[in-house]
Design a protein around this ligand. Structure first.
Ligand code: GLC
Length: 632
């Protein structure tokens, strides 16, 4: 059951698809004072949710701020990431969900200042609050999904292995990835093309020197079952003669500054304007720009830098430069020194810059600051709605970096710029469950880690988790250690795991479709199905569908890990479709050996999964299906 409470005159975010009559009584469960909501947490209450956010599955014990941020240096103490998903479930004596539909900033203190208090501060007066009560957490999630709409379903090839790197600079680099996969017998479905395929980082252009014939490249790749997935950035380069820029200016499709001029910020190409994705016409226009790439044989895209990321604005840069000039003439003491070191970093993604531009929302000028969290959502909506027109019969893959609840209807999301850190592997595991609660089923993190140098051990362990996630993409940043698995001495182990992805695909794809169709989650915390204390507090094992439990290793040099079995399960050790063992374990605690050359997972009591013999890509999956598990 959902109750809706309306405060002020909320901006229509597009998150909700079902109309609900608002209540007039006082809000249930929460105390409201001004724009602060509070709830007294019981000792054993768990607070789930917040989608893409730092910390564990249980969000209790820290504070967070939902205000989309390009945060490539995020760590445990970060409070904002790329997406905002204002959905929580309180699970304890009372069990209820809260969804706050508000496109500006919301601050959460979930037992941080006082471990028994949850306080939510909405930074604005106009918002909708939905309180969901159902018989359990899983049903609460389903009810949220019925409110916000069905999750996006990616084309099947989007479930294959993807190799990506910011650093592939030419057609030769892309061909080399494909050849190396073939030569080394490592399955592959797609290769991402990062910003270097463009001419001067201009959206919807192709650098003719580096990629003289994209159409032939795409068709050669397609012949091998490989799809190319180019990146599209939010900012449009300011350059006279550049069609996208000229059209945007002419038709007032860009966000405006307070004087009514097109707002200027700097990102990869230097100075850019931001398309006003809150305008329907601008969405249609931007979406139509994907067409030539689709006609060249492209059928997948990733939308990036759409928080939107701002490297600097001229105004802020000037004031920082002036201040640096003043300080450098001084004998800097402690205060000046700290101010000085903070100044350079303060120019990027400064929330002050979000107050400097405006959207035209159906004729009304709206400050970006107040609708900030909707930008990436609407960029992806623009793409997705255009794809339906451009390619009505063929599904196009689309995933975004920034998001808001509701975007899950239009595309998937990757989990942003993580690092090659063990802690980020654990965060990936935990975040996947939280994102599923918010409706984001098509998700995955940069496998192996994006920033920092990865290690062979970390890569294979990360693959052992990503093998289960819908998006399985190895992606890394320029300047870091190259991490294509064929470059590693443990390639054989990595190959085994990637091949197993294809063995498991019938099960994974079915489970995904079922979750999307039934408004369900693909990955759940143990506490959603088992209510004993141990299960409720398990942070590093997940349930997958109704059949599987996974317990990924996320510790360097580990030979296995402690696993808790809430009930009898079957331990499966798999090296390939033809080489696997099973063993029934009764409920309890185990130290389970988990070598790097096999996949270790658990099948729940009485269940079985349908797998196949694998294949070199999703188009060539073996049709020899068989079952593993409790067979009757
Ligand atoms: C951003 C993206 C990253 C990409 C890079 C260059 O940091 O998050 O995935 O590789 O930009 O385009």
């Amino acid at each position: 059951m959902i109750r809706k409470y309306v405060f002020g005159k909320p901006f229509v975010t597009g998150a909700v698809v079902k109309s609900i009559k608002p209540e007039i009584e006082e809000i249930e469960f929460l105390k409201k004072s001004g724009n602060e909501l509070s709830f007294q947490l019981g000792r054993d209450d768990i607070v789930y949710g917040l989608g893409q956010m730092t910390r564990g599955i249980n969000k209790r014990g820290w504070h967070y701020s939902c205000y989309n941020l390009d945060n490539c240096n995020h760590q445990e103490d970060s409070v904002s990431l790329y997406g905002s998903h204002n959905f929580l479930i309180v699970s304890g004596k009372s069990c209820f969900g809260i969804f706050i539909d508000f496109p500006g900033r919301i601050d959460y203190d979930i037992g941080y200042k006082d471990s028994s208090q949850m306080k939510i501060a909405v930074c604005g007066d106009d918002y909708d609050i939905y309180i969901i009560t159902e018989k359990n957490e899983r049903e609460i999630v389903k009810e949220l999904r019925r409110l916000t709409g069905k999750s996006y379903v990616a084309p099947k090839w989007g479930f294959g292995y993807c190799q990506s790197r910011w650093g592939y600079k030419s057609e030769e680099d892309i061909r080399a990835v494909a050849e190396n996969h073939q030569k080394n017998d490592i399955p592959l479905d797609s290769i991402c093309m990062d910003i270097d395929y463009m001419e001067d980082y201009k959206d919807f252009t192709v650098d003719k020197n580096a990629f003289p014939d994209l159409k032939s490249l795409a068709s050669d790749m397609a012949a091998e079952g490989i799809h190319l997935v180019p990146i599209i950035d939010a900012g449009v380069k300011i350059e006279s003669g550049y069609e996208v820029y000229e059209e945007g200016v002419k038709n007032n499709y860009f966000c405006k500054d307070k004087n009514g001029k097109d707002f200027t910020a700097a990102v990869w190409p230097g100075k850019v304007h931001f398309p006003d994705f809150l305008q329907k016409e601008a969405r249609e226009w931007f979406g139509s720009k994907y067409k030539p790439l689709i006609e060249a044989g492209i059928d997948g895209f990733w939308n990036d830098m759409n928080e939107p990321a701002i490297f600097y604005t001229e105004k802020r840069l000037n004031s920082v430069m002036n201040r640096i000039g003043e300080l450098s003439e001084k004998n800097m003491g402690i205060n000046e020194y700290f101010e000085f070191t903070g100044l350079v970093n303060s120019i990027s993604h400064n929330s002050g810059d979000y107050e400097e531009f405006f959207h035209n929302a159906e004729g009304v000028a709206v400050s970006h600051k107040d609708v900030h969290n909707l930008y990436g959502f609407n960029m992806t909506r623009a793409a997705s709605e255009a794809f339906e027109k451009i390619s009505p019969d063929k599904k196009i893959l689309i995933y975004s970096r920034s998001s808001y609840i509701g975007m899950h209807r239009y595309g998937g999301m990757w989990q942003g710029d993580n690092r090659s850190w063990w802690s980020h592997l654990l965060m990936n595991i935990q975040m996947t469950a939280s994102l599923n609660m918010a409706g984001f089923l098509y998700t995955g993190a940069d496998t192996g880690g994006f920033g920092s140098d990865t290690t062979e051990d970390l890569m294979v362990r990360w693959l052992q988790f990503s093998v289960f996630t819908p998006l399985m993409r190895n992606h890394s940043a320029i300047g870091t250690r190259e991490q294509e698995v064929y470059k590693f001495s443990n390639m054989e182990d990595c190959r085994r795991i990637i091949k197993l992805r294809y063995v498991l695909l019938p099960y994974l794809y079915d489970t995904y479709l079922k979750a999307a169709e039934e408004d369900d989650m693909m990955f759940r915390p143990l506490g959603f199905d088992y209510h004993d204390e141990r299960s409720r507090h398990t942070e590093d094992q997940l349930l997958l569908g109704d059949e599987v439990m996974i317990a990924p290793v996320y510790v360097q040099n580990a030979v296995g890990k402690n696993v808790y079995l809430p009930e009898e399960m079957m331990l499966v050790r798999m090296k390939s479709a033809n080489e696997y063992t099973t063993e029934i374990l009764s409920a309890g605690d185990y130290f389970v050996k988990m070598p790097t050359d096999e996949l270790t997972f658990f099948i729940r009591k009485g269940k079985s999964i349908r797998v196949c013999e694998g294949g070199k890509n999703t188009a060539e999956l073996s049709d020899k299906l068989f079952r593993i598990g409790y067979l009757k």
